[in-house]
Design a protein around this ligand. Sequence first.
Ligand SMILES: [Zn+2]
Ligand SMILES: [Zn+2]
Length: 262
Amino acid sequence: MMTSDRENAARIRAVENSFGALGRSLSIAGRVLVGQGRLMKQGRQGDQPKTFFLFNDVLVYGSIILAGCWHKKQKIIPLEDIQLEDMEDSWGMRNQWLIRTPRKSFFVSAPSVYEKHAWIKHIEECRTNLLQGASRQPGSTFAVTWIPDQSAFKCMRCFKKFTVTNRRHHCRKCGFLVCEPCSKKRVRIENINRHKKVRVCRTCYPQCRDDEISWSRGDSPGGNCSEEKDVAASIDEQGGNGIHKKYYFTSSDLPEHVVGVP
Ligand SMILES: [Zn+2]
Ligand SMILES: [Zn+2]
C-alpha cells in the first residue's frame, strides 16, 4: 500500500497530538511513520502495555491513557542506537525480544509470534536503510558496554529473577546479565585476554569456544565473535536500492493488518 505524503503527515500529527503538550514535536522533513502497535513492555513493576511508533529514523513509545487517543511519558530512541536481540519463549513470557540501547535495555512482547517477527523485521529494515542512507553511524558501544546492573532484574537468558542468592553476572561476550547456572562456562576471548578464561553465557559459549580454538591455532586473524544475529533484515523488498519504500503497518489493534509491506 503506497502512502501519500499527506497521509503520512497526518499520521505523524495524530501521534504528536496524542501525546498532548508534553510530547515533543515529531514532524520533521523526511520522516515517515512506518507503523504502530501495542506491545507489552516488561519492567520492574510488571508488564505494561505501551504504544510503539516506528518511524524511519526513531522508535517512539508511550504509556497508554486512552487507547488510540491519549499517550503520556513519550520516549524517543534513535534507530541507530537500537540493537535487537531475539529471545526464546520462556515460562510465562512469549513472543518477546530485547531492545538494547546504550543507556537502557528492556524486553517487549507482542501478542503473537507473527507480530513479533514483523516488528523485528520492520525495525531492522528501517535501521539498515537509515545507516545505509547517510552519515549516521551505528552505535558502536554495544559490544563493549555492559548492560547496567539496574536494567536487568532477571536473567536475560533464563528469565529467573535475580535475588540475593540468585546473583547477576555479566557475560563477557554479549554483555548480558545472567545468572550463575546460565554462565557456568569460561573461555578465552582474544580481544579481552588471550591467557585468562572469562565468564560467558550459555548462548555465547559455543561460538566463543569455536573462535578460541581457531585463533589459538592461528586460523583466523580476527576471531571476532559472531555479529548479532538479525532475524529478517533482508532488504530484497527494497529492490536493493536502499530507498525506503513507504509502507505502513499496524499491529495489535488490527491484527489482520499486521504486516503492511507492499
Ligand atoms: Zn539464567
Ligand atoms: Zn553471552
